[in-house]
Design a protein around this ligand. Structure first.
Ligand code: LLP
Length: 737
C-alpha cells in the first residue's frame, strides 16, 4: 500500500531507511525522544498558500480562521500571522495561551456552547475580533457585560442549520438535536436576538456562523450548508428589515488519512463558496465578509508521529503485536472514533510485510496505533511512523498511565525547531497537593538562617537565591511563618550583611505572600555597641541571641568557658532588649549565661532551638532544670532537628530517639510552652546533612505534624505547639517588607 503522505511530504527512502528531506527518521527519534510529532513545515506552508491563493479578498473579504483546537503552538501562530490568518478559541485556557503567544486578539474568534462569564468578560475586554454567541441566553449575558465594561464587540450567532454531514456521529454538529447554536427554523427567537442587539449600541451584530461537523469528505455537505445559510440570511433580512454583512461557514474539511479516503479539494470548495455568496449578493444579499474555519485540513497531513518499536509478541491465537512506545496517550483518535492511520517501519522500509497490530504500552486493549496492517517486519529498536497526525493528536493527548506529552518539532529545509517541548516527569506531579498541603496544621519555624544564606549566596554571585531555593522549599512545606536570622560565627559587618539580605527579600510579599516573618540575629559578636542594635532594630530586627557558641562582649556561648556568663554590658543589653519588646533568645548561651539572663529579664524569653540533655549531653541541649526555669518565665522551648543534638551516638540519631526528646520536653514544659525551631541546614554549604534524616529539609516538615498526631496530641494542642504559642505571643513583631 502506498501512503499518500509519502507522496505529498518530502519523504524518501535511502538504504532501507525513511527520510524527511535530509533527516533520517530514526535519527530524529533518537535525538528528540519518542513519541515525537514532526511537522513538515514546507508542506504546511504549501497548504497555507493554497488557502491564500484561492480564498482571497475580491468584492467580499475572505478570511481564514485557523481552528486552533486542532493543534496549538505559538510557533504555528507566528506562521499563521505571516499569512494574516485569524484563529479560533473556545475557552479561557485557549485565550490565556493566545495571550501568552502575543497573538493579536482582534484576530481571534471565540466559540463555545457554554462560555463562562469570566471567559466572556476576558474576551470582550481584550477586544476579540468576533464573539460567536451560541444562544439567545448567552446574548443576554453579552448584553450585560458590554454595558458593565462599556466595551463594544462584534457578534455572530451560531446557527444549527440542520445539515447532517457525512462523518462520525461524534463529529456531527448540526443535527436537529445538536447542543450547538440556535435552530435555523426558530424565527421568533431570531427576532428577539436582533431586538436585543438593536437596543445595545455596543453590540455590533454582524451575522451568522455555521459549522456542520468535522472530518467531512463530501464537498456536497458544504455546498448544501452554504446554500441553506444564505437562504436563511435572505429570510432574516426580509423579516426584520436589517442587513447581514458576515457569514462564517466553519471548518470540517476532511483530509486523506489512507489511500482510499476522499479528500476535500480545497481550491474547488473555497471557490464554490465565494461564487455562491456573490450569486446571492447579486440577488440582493449584503454579505461583505466570508469566514471559514479549517483546522484539520491545514495541519492534519503536514505532520507524522515517530515511535520507537519495543519488539513484537505473538499471541497464542496467532496475532502478532508490534509494540510502539506511544498510542492512545498521544493519539486517542483510533480509540475514540475508530480512526485508521497508515504505519511504516521507518527503519526497514523495504522489508517483508506481515500482518500485525501496532499497539501502545497502556493497560488498555484499546490502546491501538493501527490494527490489522501489513507492516514491514519490525524489531526492538526500529522506528515506526504514523502519518497525518498533525490534527487532534497532540491536542487531545493525555497523561494517562503516567505518559508524558511528547515534543513537536517543525522541519523546514535545513532547520529543525522544537515548537513544543517534551514534558518532564516533574510536570506529572506539578498539580498535586503535597503532603504538606494536605496536613491541617502549619508550623511557625522559630529558627531558620535564611538571612545568612541570602547574604552569603549573594557574595558568591548566586542570583535569585530566595526565589529559586527558599520560596520553592517553603511553598512545598508545612511551614506557615518563620523567624529568619542572620547568623554570626565570625567577624563581619553585620549591619551591611543584613542590608544585603533584606535587599534580596524585596519581592518577598509577591513571592511568598501570607507568610509572616520576624527578623532575628543569631549571635551579637558583631554588635559592638547597644546603639548598633538600635540601628538593626530600626531596620526591622526584633529578635536576638546574644551569642553563638563563642564568648563575646555580652555573654558566653555554649561551647565556651562554663564559668563565664553575662557581662555587665551584656546585662545592660538584655534590659535594653526587654524595654524595646524584642524577643530574647537564650539558645546558644552556656548554662551560666542562661541562668544569669533569667535573673535579669522575665519576659519575651525563648530558647529557639535545642533538645534535651536527658537524652544527649550536647552543650546546646537543656537540662530538665533549665526547661523548668524557662517554663517559670512563660518562655518557649523550640524543638530542633539538628542531628547531633539527638544522641552522642551517631547510630541513635533516629526518628524514634528524636520523639523521646519531644515527649520529654512536652512532659516538662506542657503544650503551652513548646514551639519548633527546625534549623534546617540543607541549604548551608557548611553544614550539609546536619538534620534528622527523616526530616532533612522543609519539604518533609509534614512529618512533624504526623508525629504529633501519632503521639496522641489533639488538634488544639498541635496547633498551639506548631504555631499559636509563638504567633500569639510575637505575631505583632512580624516584619513589613
Ligand atoms: N469551527 C468550529 C466551530 C469547530 O468546532 C471546529 C472543530 C472547527 C471549526 C474545525 O474543524 P476541522 O476543520 O479541524 O475539522 N476531535 C475530533 C475533531 C473535533 C472537531 C471539533 N471542532 C477529531 O479528532 O477528529
Amino acid at each position: 500500500m502506498k501512503t499518500n503522505s509519502l507522496q505529498t511530504l518530502k519523504m524518501n527512502v535511502v538504504d532501507n531507511e525513511l527520510y524527511l528531506g535530509k533527516y533520517k527518521i530514526s535519527d530524529l527519534g533518537k535525538e528528540y525522544n519518542t513519541p515525537l510529532y514532526v511537522f513538515d513545515e514546507n508542506h504546511l506552508r504549501a497548504k497555507l498558500d493554497l488557502y491564500k491563493e484561492h480564498f482571497k479578498d475580491n468584492d467580499v473579504s475572505c478570511r481564514v480562521v485557523y481552528a486552533s483546537k486542532a493543534f496549538f503552538a505559538p510557533y504555528l501562530l507566528d506562521i499563521l500571522n505571516e499569512y494574516n490568518m485569524m484563529i479560533d478559541s473556545v475557552s479561557m485556557g485557549d485565550l490565556m495561551m493566545i495571550e501568552h503567544a502575543h497573538f493579536d486578539f482582534s484576530k481571534v474568534v471565540l466559540h463555545g456552547n457554554y462560555k463562562k462569564e469570566e471567559e466572556l468578560e476576558f474576551a470582550i475586554n481584550k477586544g476579540v475580533g468576533y464573539l460567536v454567541a451560541d444562544s439567545l441566553e448567552e446574548l443576554k449575558n453579552i448584553d450585560l457585560i458590554t454595558r458593565k465594561l462599556n466595551k463594544d464587540i462584534h457578534v455572530l450567532l451560531r446557527i444549527n442549520s440542520g445539515v447532517e454531514a457525512h462523518t462520525h456521529e461524534y463529529m456531527q454538529t448540526a443535527k436537529l438535536n445538536s447542543k450547538f447554536g440556535e435552530s435555523i427554523y426558530d424565527f421568533d427567537l431570531h427576532k428577539k436576538f436582533i431586538d436585543i442587539c438593536k437596543k445595545n449600541s455596543l453590540i455590533h451584530f454582524d451575522g451568522y456562523h455555521s459549522h456542520i461537523g468535522s472530518s467531512i469528505s463530501e464537498a456536497s455537505s458544504f455546498s448544501e450548508a452554504s446554500k441553506v445559510m444564505l437562504d436563511f440570511i435572505g429570510e432574516i433580512e426580509k423579516r426584520n428589515g436589517i442587513t447581514i454583512n458576515t457569514l462564517n461557514l466553519g471548518g470540517g474539511f476532511g483530509i486523506k488519512y489512507l489511500d482510499d479516503d476522499k479528500m476535500i479539494d480545497i481550491k474547488e470548495m473555497v471557490t464554490n463558496i465565494v461564487s455562491r455568496v456573490k450569486e446571492y449578493n447579486d440577488k440582493g444579499l449584503h454579505i461583505k465578509n466570508i469566514l471559514i474555519e479549517p483546522g484539520r485540513s491545514i495541519v492534519g497531513d503536514s505532520s507524522f508521529t515517530i515511535y520507537r518499536c519495543g519488539g513484537t509478541k505473538k499471541s497464542y491465537g496467532g496475532k502478532t503485536y508490534v509494540f510502539a512506545d506511544g498510542g492512545m496517550t498521544d493519539n486517542i483518535r483510533p480509540a475514540l472514533y475508530g480512526a485508521k492511520y497508515h504505519v511504516d517501519n521507518a527503519s526497514n522500509m523495504n522489508g517483508n510485510k506481515v500482518l500485525v497490530d501496532v499497539v501502545g504500552p497502556c493497560c488498555e486493549s484499546g490502546d491501538v496505533v493501527r490494527s490489522d496492517i501489513y507492516l514491514q517486519e519490525a524489531k526492538d529498536g526500529d522506528y515506526l511512523v504514523t502519518y497525518c497526525t498533525g490534527a487532534y493528536c497532540y491536542a487531545m493527548s493525555s497523561n494517562y498511565n503516567g505518559a508524558i506529552r511528547s515534543a513537536t518539532i517543525f522541519v523546514r529545509d535545513d532547520e529543525v525547531k522544537v515548537a513544543v517541548n517534551r514534558e518532564s516527569y516533574n510536570d506529572l506531579s506539578k498539580s498535586f497537593s503535597t503532603l504538606n498541603d494536605i496536613r491541617k496544621h502549619k508550623v511557625f519555624d522559630c529558627h531558620c538562617d535564611v538571612l545568612y544564606d541570602l547574604w552569603t549566596r549573594k557574595a558568591q554571585g548566586v542570583k535569585n537565591r530566595f526565589k529559586d531555593y527558599h520560596v520553592n522549599q517553603l511553598r512545598n512545606s508545612s511551614i506557615g511563618g518563620a523567624l529568619w536570622t542572620m547568623y554570626s560565627e565570625f567577624d563581619f559587618n553585620l549591619i551591611e550583611a543584613c542590608k544585603i539580605a533584606l535587599e534580596e527579600l524585596k519581592e518577598k510579599e509577591k513571592l511568598l505572600p501570607n507568610f509572616p516573618v520576624i527578623l532575628g540575629l543569631e549571635g551579637l559578636r558583631n554588635v559592638h555597641e547597644i546603639s548598633e542594635l538600635d540601628t538593626l532594630y530600626d531596620m526591622g530586627f526584633r529578635h536576638a541571641m546574644v551569642t553563638w557558641n563563642e564568648e563575646n562582649k555580652w555573654a558566653t556561648g555554649a561551647k565556651s568557658n562554663p564559668e563565664r556568663g553575662f557581662t555587665e554590658d551584656g546585662i545592660k543589653l538584655l534590659k535594653h532588649m526587654e524595654e524595646k519588646g524584642m524577643i530574647i533568645d537564650l539558645a546558644h548561651t552556656n548554662e551560666k549565661s542562661f541562668y544569669d539572663a533569667l535573673k535579669v529579664v522575665k519576659k519575651n524569653i525563648i530558647y529557639s532551638h535545642g533538645l534535651c540533655k536527658a537524652f544527649c549531653l550536647h552543650p546546646r541541649n537543656l537540662t530538665d532544670a533549665q526547661l523548668k526555669a524557662l517554663k517559670e518565665v512563660d518562655g518557649l522551648f523550640g524543638i530542633t532537628l539538628a542531628n547531633s543534638f539527638i544522641s552522642e551516638n551517631e547510630e541513635n540519631r533516629t526518628f524514634d530517639m528524636f520523639k523521646k526528646h519531644v515527649k520529654h520536653a512536652i512532659d516538662i514544659m506542657g503544650v503551652d510552652n513548646i514551639c519548633f525551631g527546625f534549623d534546617f541546614m540543607d541549604y548551608l554549604s557548611e553544614f550539609p546533612n546536619s538534620n534528622l534524616i527523616d526530616v532533612s529539609d522543609a519539604t518533609f516538615s509534614y512529618r512533624i505534624i504526623d508525629m504529633l498526631e501519632e503521639m496522641g496530641y489533639n488538634n488544639e494542642e498541635i496547633d498551639k505547639m506548631c504555631y499559636k504559642n509563638f504567633f500569639d505571643r510575637y505575631g505583632h513583631l512580624v516584619h513589613k517588607f
